[in-house]
Structures are given as C-alpha cells and as structure tokens.
Design a protein around this ligand. Sequence first.
Ligand SMILES: CC(C)(COP(=O)(O)OP(=O)(O)OC[C@H]1O[C@@H](n2cnc3c(N)ncnc32)[C@H](O)[C@@H]1OP(=O)(O)O)[C@@H](O)C(=O)NCCC(=O)NCCS
Length: 367
Amino acid sequence: MLPREVISTGALILRPPSREDLPAIVRATSDADTARFLYSLPLPYTIEDAESYLALAQRRWAEGGAEFTVADAGSGQYLGAVGLRPPDAHGALSIGYRVAEWARSKGVASAATRAVSEWAFDKGARRIELHAEVENLASLRVAYAAGYQQEGIARERTHTRDGRAADFVAFARLAGDPGEAAGQYLPFLDGGELSDGVVRLRPMAPGDAGDYRAMVGDPSVSRWMVGTAPTAEAAERRCRYTGYWWLSGQRAELSIRDAATDAFAGHIQLVQVMPAIGQAMVGYSLQADFRGRGFMTRAVRLLVDWAFTETALHRIVAGTDVANDASQHVLRRVGFSRESVQRELFPRPDGTRGDDVEWLLLRPGRS
Ligand SMILES: CC(C)(COP(=O)(O)OP(=O)(O)OC[C@H]1O[C@@H](n2cnc3c(N)ncnc32)[C@H](O)[C@@H]1OP(=O)(O)O)[C@@H](O)C(=O)NCCC(=O)NCCS
C-alpha cells in the first residue's frame, strides 16, 4: 500500500486532492486537449464530476494506487493531477497525468510524473506502465522526459469520443531503469515546414491520406514500390503516426506540395534511421502530373540539407530499382554517388525481381 504523503519536487508540491481543489479541477478539465485525449471524462465537466473524481481518488489510495494534485509550491495554485492506478495481478502500476491549460509546456507534467514514479519505486513499486495515444505529442514527450521506455504499440486500445479506434504507444519504467530523459534525434521542423519557394515539405497529416493513397495506387508509382497499396483506413492510420514516428526518431514523413498552390504533389520520407551509425534512407514518390519540373530534386535537396544541418546523420542512402532511370537521375542531380548493386532485392508486382542500386550522400565537409 502506498502511503498518503506529500511530495516536494523543485517548484511543485504534490499532495492528495481535497475539496478546495474542486473549482480549479472543473476549470482545468474544460479545454479542447482534455476533451480530445481524455475520452472517459464527462463533457461538459461539472462540479458533481469533480466530486466523483475526489471519491475515485479516495478509492485509488485505498486500493494500493495514488492520486496527487500538482500545485505550485510558492502560491499553492492548482496546476494538474498525477495518478497511479492500483496494481494489476502482477503488481504493475500504471500512471496518468493531466495539466491545466494555464500551466502547460512548462515541464509540469514531466517533473510531476518523474517525481511520482521515483517516489513509488522508493516505496517498493516494481513496474509502472504508461500509455499515450500516438497523436498526443505532448503526452509522448512527457513519457520520454520522465525516463519511460517505449515497449510497443497497443493497437486500437480504446475508442475516441467520436468512436474511432485509437492506437497507443505503450511505455513502462522499471525500478532498475536508469530513468534518463530521452533526447530527440529528429528535431521538429522550425516553423513546421521546409520550403525553397517552389516546393514545400510538410509533415504528413491525416488530411493527406486520400492524396497519398491515390498516388501510390497509380501504376506508374506502384511499379517501383514494395508491397501492395494501402487501404483507405491503413493510409489514414499511417498519417496519424507521423508525429510519433518523428518524435521517437524512427522516421520523418512529409508531403511534397506545390508552394504556389499548396497542392499535394508527392511524398518523401527518411526511414531506417540508425542513430548508432548515423545513417538513414530517403524514399519518395511524385504524382504523375507534377513530374518533369524538378520538384523531386528540390524536395530531396531540402530534406537532406535539413538532415545534415539539424541532425547528427552522417550517411543518407537511397535504393532504386536498376530500371528506374528517373529516380536515379534525381539522386545524381542532388549529388548522391552510386555505391553498390544488390542483386534481385526488389520483388516487383509482376512476380519478377529487380536489382537494387544503392546510392550514398555523405555529410558535407566531414567525409
Ligand atoms: C499531456 C499534458 C499532461 C502535458 O502537460 P505539460 O505540463 O504541458 O507537459 P510538459 O511541459 O512537461 O511536457 C510537454 C512537452 O510537449 C510539448 N508540446 C506541447 N504540445 C505539443 C504539441 N502539440 N506537439 C508537440 N509537442 C508539444 C511541450 O513543449 C513540452 O516539450 P518541452 O518540454 O520539450 O518543451 C497536457 O498537455 C494535458 O493535460 N493534456 C490533456 C490531458 C492528457 O493528454 N493527458 C495525458 C493522457 S495520456
């Protein structure tokens, strides 16, 4: 059983919630992000709902969990809440948190989550689990900042308020983990996009799913791709993962847009990101009606320039089917050099296999 204690960490005090918190809890539970990501909370949220929350907090403590109000140590102002659900049959706890809109993006959730986790380990906890929806980037950042390690994806773990199945990233922290905050290998784009005035690259978003699917369904694109074209549902799901993939350093996925009209022109990605050796692979496709205007050369240049300026990548590689002259032309124009051939690497839609030509661009000035 966890003792009802007060935790002090930096500028925060964490204490069991009380009736004095009720008005602040109501105000703090009435914003768009809370409605979007905490689906089980009533909407609108009333003082009666806050009363029920206090009763839930009592039960949590009684059943071996914990529930804290996070307050400013100086002023006592209510800032949010961190809770530990009671242990499961194997003794694992799970943690959840929310911060009032007026206190966000100041490290409150990260510091409070770390403090409650370390306090629970001190009291004998063995494993604490944490789940954050793939699109909840603020919450994912809290998990990495509080020393949690990603263990996998819990697909369709729950349903959003509007009934859509949502995937969650499953994290946990063990008592023996070092608990270091994870850095971000692929930083987010300054200003949210890259542009040279003619093409614009912007992280893929759910609204791009239809354009993406139409493009990869075109035989002039699919003949160079491995695997079958995604269903509408798979294409949308893939677009919902962009922020999580980026934040976790797994891949960067961008739409290529005509800077003049903002029309979707294609897709470009950095995949197979391997921080240990500083290598990633670039891949791309352009819609047929945007070809022949140098768009892809510009897009690849923008992406590799960004990668060599903003990340620690040393090698960017690309693989093209030996028969894909247009793609090889793009790579040559950007400055990639031909490295090797991997025979019969690509399974083609017609059942034959294509040789793969491997291309390489090294970080400028360091080769
Ligand atoms: C998730 C939540 C608790 C974060 O609280 P917080 O105190 O603002 O969190 P922190 O400041 O410790 O860390 C959040 C990080 O995400 C960043 N962030 C915030 N919104 C973001 C967004 N939309 N995209 C990317 N990053 C974002 C912040 O800048 C901060 O990063 P930094 O420390 O590198 O600057 C808060 O947004 C919240 O209460 N949301 C609604 C409820 C919720 O989602 N709870 C979690 C359910 S799993």
